[in-house]
Write a protein that binds this ligand. Structure first.
Ligand SMILES: C[S@@+](CC[C@H](N)C(=O)[O-])C[C@H]1O[C@@H](n2cnc3c(N)ncnc32)[C@H](O)[C@@H]1O
Length: 441
């Protein structure tokens, strides 16, 4: 079959990078997280520079791109890169913490006012010590030392006293990073897992950590604003691109009338019980945030128990896996082969794979319905293992998308240099590799 001219140009462009340097896509030494990308620590974040270059490559053949869509927006890596290109952006995620992070990153970036407000909130925190814990939730005493609870409560009260919602959101995000550093759960895993007594003894002062985090956030917001201004994409204190962030479940979304021009995204990797537990990662920070400050209406039942977010995420329900398999059977031969292999080793584990792929497929259906004709999709994917068998998510995704009428354009396989924080390669399992699958609607 003839390759469409535009697709060939994209292929040539991407191939040129790797033929000049075969480790080009590893982004080793070029993947620092700066400005808005450094505002939150979130699991499995993409490399901003790489997503930016991929957007540029697609824009070079498709000059009609105005709106970028990310149905699994997470910390908003693609959002930040879209803003830096003056593009409109729509991002969805099931996790309220992701929504808060994206709302902060999208501005407004009132740097001068923020400076004053930071002085005032830090002054309050320094001068006050509350004597009652400001929030209550199941397990609070397990996950926080009594003195940490009181310090976090003082910060909580100080943030609540700030009159401007845009500033409170920045403060909540800095508090969320503080909660992660001062809770009794290990930082080496995204799951809630109690630290050793020795580690708990070393937990620092929440007030000091918050101050450090907030001052860092200020520098990052200032840098983001300066960069947008330098590129000519700043209008007063906002990026010129319009940003819309919504708290939605990708697999349930109803059709909208919008048609996006480019999709750039990274779905979760697999079942939640063994891979990235975005919900568990966010559970403790979200208990210390006033959710009514998030613009989007947040369903508070998402916080009712530790696994509530993860159970609603892709692959969260293992029910009806036989029926689900039947619905997928003719759509992806790679999936079927993988199921057969796992069946021989550990039959119970196929439910996880089937449920995840079934939910992923529903999300793909919803996502492509929101794209205009010939819109490109850039999917960053990790291949993980179940029962020590590699799940070829890249091939499964390609086949599922082809069965829905999409065209394969190109695939990049990249090695992931190891990072300090539990990173994509620990999760993606296959020797620190991930794929970028480029398809067209
Ligand atoms: C790989 S992460 C995205 C990371 C993002 N690309 C970044 O750089 O930060 C996948 C995201 O999918 C979200 N997610 C999982 N299940 C979802 C669902 N059913 N609907 C919407 N989002 C979901 C998770 O909350 C997580 O934020």
């Amino acid at each position: 079959m003839d390759v469409r001219v535009e697709d060939q140009i994209v292929i040539n462009k991407l191939q040129a990078y790797s033929s000049a340097d075969d480790s080009y896509w590893s982004f080793k030494g070029r993947s620092t997280r700066k400005h808005c990308h450094a505002l939150i620590q979130y699991p499995a974040m993409m490399v901003p520079q790489m997503q930016g270059e991929l957007i540029d490559a697609i824009q070079s053949v498709d000059s009609n791109i105005t709106t970028v869509f990310d149905p699994f927006v997470g910390s908003g890596t693609t959002m930040g890169e879209s803003m830096m290109r003056g593009l409109d952006f729509v991002g969805h995620d099931i996790n309220p913490l992701a929504i808060l992070a994206c709302e902060v990153k999208s501005g407004p970036l009132y740097v001068r006012k923020l400076d004053e407000k930071i002085i005032s909130v830090l002054g309050f925190i320094e001068q006050n010590n509350v004597s009652e814990v400001a929030v209550s939730f199941k397990g609070i005493d397990k996950w926080f030392l009594p003195e940490v609870q009181l310090e976090l409560s003082t910060i909580y009260i100080a943030i609540k006293a700030e009159p401007s919602k845009w500033a409170r959101k920045i403060f909540w995000l800095a508090l969320s990073n503080t909660v992660r550093s001062t809770c009794n759960s290990r930082s080496s895993t995204y799951k809630l897992h109690i630290k050793s007594e020795e580690q708990i003894e070393k937990i620092g002062s929440a007030k000091n950590i918050f101050k450090k985090n907030l001052l860092k956030s200020f520098e990052n917001i200032k840098a983001q604003k300066a960069m947008l201004a330098e590129k000519g994409y700043l209008n007063r204190s906002k990026g010129i691109g319009q940003v819309t962030i919504k708290n939605v479940d990708a697999k349930l979304r109803k059709k909208s009338k919008l048609k996006f021009d480019l999709l750039v995204s990274s779905p979760p990797y697999g079942d939640n019980s063994t891979t990235v537990t975005y919900g568990q990662f966010s559970y403790l920070p979200l208990q210390w945030i006033d959710l009514t400050d998030i613009n989007e209406n947040i369903d508070s039942s998402m916080l009712s128990y530790q696994n509530a977010i993860d159970s609603s995420s892709l692959g969260g329900s293992l029910k009806e896996s036989k029926d689900k398999r039947l619905k997928l059977i003719n759509r992806s031969s790679s999936l079927e082969k993988c199921i057969e292999k796992i069946l021989k080793v550990n039959p119970d584990n196929i439910k996880k794979l089937i449920s995840f792929v079934y939910d992923l497929d529903l999300s793909l259906k919803n996502a492509i319905e929101e794209l205009r004709e010939n819109a490109y999709m850039i999917w960053t994917l990790g291949n993980r293992r179940i029962s020590d068998i590699e799940v070829p998510l890249d091939r499964i995704m390609r086949e599922l998308l082809e069965s829905r009428g999409c065209t394969y354009v190109y695939e990049i396989e990249r090695t992931i240099p190891s990072k300090r924080m539990a990173s994509r390669n620990q999760i993606a399992s296959t020797m620190g590799k991930e794929s970028v699958l480029i398809m067209r609607r």
